[in-house]
Design a protein around this ligand. Sequence first.
Ligand code: PLP
Length: 393
Amino acid sequence: MEDIKQKASNVLMHTYNLIQISLVSGEGCYVKDSEGKEYLDFIAGIAVNTLGYNYPAFNAAVKKQVDRIIHYSNLFFNEEQIELADKLVKNSHFDKAFFCNSGTEAVEAALKLAKKIGKTKKKGAWKIIAMDQSFHGRTSGSLSLTGQKKYQSPFIPLMPGVSFAEFNNFEDFKQQVDSETCAVIIEPVQGEGGIYPADIEYLKKVRDLCTKENITLIFDEVQSGIGRTGFLFAHEYFNVFPDIICLAKGLGGGLPIGAILATDKFSQFEPGDHAATFGGNPLVCTGANVVLTELLDNKLLEHTKKVGLYLKNKLDNLKKRSDLIIEVRGLGLMMGIELNTNISDIISGCREKGLLLVGAGSTVIRFVPPLIITEEEIDKALNILESVISNSK
Ligand SMILES: Cc1ncc(COP(=O)(O)O)c(C=O)c1O
């Protein structure tokens, strides 16, 4: 361990405060470190490993695709990509897909698309409204939309024309709209900002105003999409439908893929407007196709809804027994507990006892396990959490 620690600090830029564990294998919802210690994983690659680890159908399809062809380019038909786009549009109100490699790239694509629509269909409108405490990524455009000073400060000035509204405050949003507003971007469930679901009435009002004022409504479902909330897309729960959606994380089940989907009216990219060399290559799309098959055809969505409710009830009960927990929030398997104590001590205490958890903001512990998690595994995780919480009083 000392050896790898030294090597890491010699050769890697210090962009992460690394946890001193080297993970070497995974099975189901468990991972093992290089010393053979097993952990129940409620991080899941930060809401990425939809099917957990070593999922037979996923591994078999991806291995087969590796032997057929991994990558060519988006200059050719790509049957796996077309199949994936077809699955996504058939199971949503969207009509078209564009594929890239990550969440931040999906946001960049949505941003460019909305700007193009503003330019061509709304007399050059170019301004964008984003939300306080949002998180949309770390590239220049997506960072400009991320409403958290700690991420933006070192890189200011960022992209002009972005203003921030208080999340779930319709009047604040409305006041910022003017004739030059081309788009608004919202996470229906804020993730990194601390697991805050939107109010249904708020989203409905935003939707109505966007339609009336010809503003493109973008939902960033990079974290909340692809079954995480028990719905294929979180906006189905709210019954509010955006013009463009950003996806990534869980879509590839661990393989790097991002996407935007848009309705026909908003699918205004033309050749040359946007591209991604690796975007949606046959390998990542093969993995994503298995993820969608499991969610849609093999009842993983129903399972997620059921175990998500189970997790919420368990957390609500734990809150009744612990005065360190201030609030339980979230949807499906995207849950958070807000604590009035140091969350990093609780998280490292859980890790020592074999449970991996991650924070969201400085006061919230996040629960984003693989969607295949069972009630027994939830019981096990919460028993560990409760023992750590009660010892930290
Ligand atoms: C809502 C949301 N959007 C965008 C991103 C950026 O995704 P990526 O890290 O894949 O670039 C994240 C990452 O946490 C996210 O939660």
